[in-house]
Write a protein that binds this ligand. Structure first.
Ligand code: MBD
Ligand code: FE
Length: 251
């Protein structure tokens, strides 16, 4: 059996098993079929998959990897955010709401050797839980940018504390969450991709002690090591990167 057949057969068998085990009716089958079409039409597949599936892929793929904990990428990364200039501050509106937050620390390899010039691609929601590029209220580029670590691997970036995020209520993903009587929230978080030559990019998020939904992230992406405690508007966090995986062909 080739890889596609192995995985696809197993997924179809799992679905068929659920239908039999739970006596899924023809009416329910029709509702599910329409819902799947609706998710596509609403452009919500990235949202649905990253909220309900990505954490399993991430935990499985990176099990035992050296360095700092990673977590899911999510649907709101934009790869072309600009490289910012020191002193680093994520772009914001003149009247931006939200508590000021300074995030700083070091980027090292898995052994603690500083990685000079490491790049930290940072993005997060505003104080209302909206992401620029995905919400009409925010001008493009707000709370997105790349920060560069100095010669000792130290970085510092000024921004604000983001708000918890809720899945849009109007769409099919929100309708599924409501039908299941779940809540649609993620705790407040800052996304980062930390990268340096010769190392695996670290896709991660930082969460905030005491913030709402920390224990019930709808995306299941919180890890203890990623929860930080702001003191006087400052958070220190060090990132350790695993060495780049050498492709077998080149070994
Ligand atoms: C988010 O902000 C997010 O990070 C994920 C993973 C899913 C939905 C919204
Ligand atoms: Fe997010």
């Amino acid at each position: 059996m080739n890889r596609a057949e192995t995985v696809v057969s197993a997924m179809l068998d799992a679905i068929r098993g659920v239908i039999v085990e739970h006596d899924v009716t023809y009416e329910e089958y029709a509702i599910a079929k329409q819902w799947l079409m609706d998710v596509g039409e609403a452009g919500e597949w990235p949202l649905f998959l990253d909220v309900f599936v990505e954490t399993t892929v991430e935990r499985n793929a990176f099990r035992g990897r050296a360095g700092s904990a990673g977590t899911i990428l999510g649907p709101y990364h934009l790869p072309d955010a600009p490289v910012l200039d020191a002193p680093f501050e994520l772009p914001r509106r003149p009247d931006e709401q939200g508590e000021p937050l300074t995030l700083s620390g070091r980027v090292t390899d898995a052994e603690g050797t500083p990685l000079a010039g490491a790049v930290l691609d940072v993005w997060h929601a505003d104080a209302e839980g909206f992401y620029s590029g995905f919400h009409p209220d925010l001008p493009p580029g707000i709370f997105r940018g790349k920060v560069i670590a100095d010669a000792e691997g130290r970085y510092e970036v000024n921004t604000i504390l983001p708000a918890p995020y809720t899945i849009p209520h109007e769409g099919p993903t929100g309708a599924m969450v409501a039908a299941c009587e779940w809540h649609p929230w993620r705790p407040a978080h800052i996304h980062l991709i930390v990268d340096a030559p010769g190392h695996e990019p670290l896709i991660t998020q930082l969460f905030f002690e005491g913030s709402d939904y920390l224990d019930g992230d709808v995306a299941g992406a919180v890890k203890e090591d990623l929860v930080v405690r702001p003191v006087g508007g400052r958070v220190e966090y060090d990132f350790a990167l695993a060495p780049a995986e050498v492709p077998l062909a080149a070994a």
